[in-house]
Design a protein around this ligand. Structure first.
Ligand code: BTN
Length: 148
């Protein structure tokens, strides 16, 4: 094997998922989180960019919940089996925006899990209310398997 080919084999085999080094966590698909919110992530392109939709189970407002668009970015598209990522949800039923950041893991049972943190920015009418306009939290997403 020529030297460059041998090097790329080493890189593929020795990622950080020590128990299952060849298992990949893939963002594309349908997910549900610990609040019961659902999201669908489309294909991740060559730049790591992706789009999708988010159906939250809860809201900080009194508005009726509607499915909202999300846009995100995954780091190192084909080098890491457990990639980091971020995405923004632009809520279609409120004046708020949520940003999520996290990592896609394969857990010890072989299941994919997204461990995320989020910041929810709500709209306030007055700069004096800025101090209370941002919430922070965590969400854990698992893959939704289609029922047949
Ligand atoms: C709003 O209330 O203005 C928009 C909906 C916010 C829903 C939040 S985002 C963070 C947390 N995770 C969820 O799945 N839903 C809530």
């Amino acid at each position: 094997i020529p030297a460059p080919a041998a090097l790329s084999v080493v890189r593929l085999c020795c990622d950080t998922n020590t128990k299952s080094p060849l298992l990949q966590c893939v963002l594309t698909g349908r997910w549900i989180n610990d609040l019961g919110s659902n999201m669908t992530i489309g294909a991740v392109n060559g730049q790591g960019d992706f789009a999708g939709s988010y159906h939250t189970a809860v809201t900080a407002t009194k508005n009726a919940i509607r499915v909202s668009p999300l846009q995100g970015s995954q780091h190192r598209t084909n080098q890491k089996s457990q990639p980091t990522f971020g995405f923004t949800v632009n809520w279609s039923f409120s004046d708020s925006v949520t940003v999520f950041t996290g990592q896609c893991f394969v857990d010890e049972t072989g299941n994919e899990v997204l461990k995320t943190m989020w910041l929810l920015r709500s709209h306030v009418d007055n700069i004096k209310d800025d101090w209370k306009a941002t919430m922070v939290g965590i969400n854990i997403f698992t893959r939704l398997h289609s029922q047949k």
